[in-house]
Design a protein around this ligand. Structure first.
Ligand SMILES: Nc1ncnc2c1ncn2[C@@H]1O[C@H](COP(=O)(O)OP(=O)(O)OP(=O)(O)O)[C@@H](O)[C@H]1O
Ligand SMILES: [Mg+2]
Length: 280
């Protein structure tokens, strides 16, 4: 079944917001998703949803499969079983018209992955390209923008992330914080409807963390993307999320608004995890 919520449904507002956020971005739905690496079953019939425009944070122990969830959404890992929906379309499958899903062809995957953008822990910029080309390569090659259009978009985004003066530099000449800002701008240059953030500040020096987090908060305020974020930064998770999912051993252990998960979690597994994270 496709996600139950139509894509124009207002998403839940963050506690305290007067007006629910309205988004035309698609939601995400994992339906009995299985992912194995050899005999290591990382996702065990995993079910969860992210509503259109909702901001959801995934927390859970190291090695539990959080990055794998994001990489499946980026089509960087292959699905073993189950269905992942983006809006009302399956990511890894095609509906042949009779309701039966068959594995998707390259064209479908290419179309679907245009909707999803990701920022990685280790930035993953193209080291041999300057900042301008890091930002224009995808829009020109994948989206078919003209060079001028892509350049204008790159300039606008570099202004947003405060790095207009670095447009001709190569990534190696930038600090970690600057590289991550470029990586955020590169993801946004594709105008994704779903944005995935994987521990985006954990490779940064402590003094650079706040700046990147503030930037992401601004972006979350200014856009209506559907956001799925993995972080160990509990303050950031609390600020940015409508909902937090505690994930362990291939399944969602508990979910709720950040105030509830961080303030009064109901599962012992969540309490143990939060205690361990806060102790570090
Ligand atoms: N390409 C791969 N080949 C084999 N095993 C893998 C691969 N990628 C991930 N795994 C395994 O899958 C499991 C989940 O890894 P994943 O990177 O998704 O965890 P994580 O929750 O993101 O951890 P962390 O918090 O440390 O980033 C781990 O046991 C890992 O060793
Ligand atoms: Mg990870």
């Amino acid at each position: 079944m496709p996600p139950t919520e139509p894509t124009d449904t207002p998403s839940p507002s963050k506690a305290g917001d007067a007006v629910p956020r309205v988004s035309d971005a698609p939601g995400i739905r994992f339906e009995k998703v299985v992912k194995r690496f050899g005999s290591n079953v990382v996702l065990r019939e995993l079910d969860f949803t992210v509503a259109p425009g909702e901001r959801v944070t995934l927390i859970g122990p190291s090695g539990s499969g959080k990055t794998t969830i994001l990489r499946l959404l980026m089509t960087l890992e292959k699905l073993d079983d189950g269905v992942i929906w983006i809006g009302d379309r399956p990511l890894w499958h095609q509906d042949k018209g009779d309701g039966k899903l068959v594995p998707a062809g390259q064209k479908h995957l290419h179309e679907m992955r245009k909707q999803v953008g990701m920022v990685f822990q280790q930035f993953n910029l193209f080291p041999n390209m300057n900042v301008r080309r890091n930002l224009t390569e995808g829009p020109v090659r994948v989206l078919g923008l003209s060079k001028d259009e892509a350049n204008a978009r790159a300039q606008e985004l570099l202004e947003l992330v405060g790095l207009s003066d670095k447009i001709d530099d190569h990534p190696a000449r930038l600090s970690g914080g600057q590289q991550q800002r470029v990586a955020i701008a590169r993801a946004l240059a594709m105008r994704p409807k779903v944005l995935l953030l994987d521990e985006v500040t954990s490779a940064l020096d402590p003094e650079l963390v706040v700046g990147v987090q503030d930037l992401l908060r601004d972006i979350a305020r200014q856009t209506d993307v559907t956001l799925l974020c993995v972080t160990h930064e509990m303050h950031f998770a609390r600020d940015i999320s409508d909902r937090v999912l505690m994930f362990d051993q291939g399944q969602i252990v508990e979910e709720g608004p950040p105030e509830q998960i961080f303030g009064s979690p109901s599962e012992q597994r969540t309490r143990d995890f939060l205690q361990a994270v806060l102790a570090t």
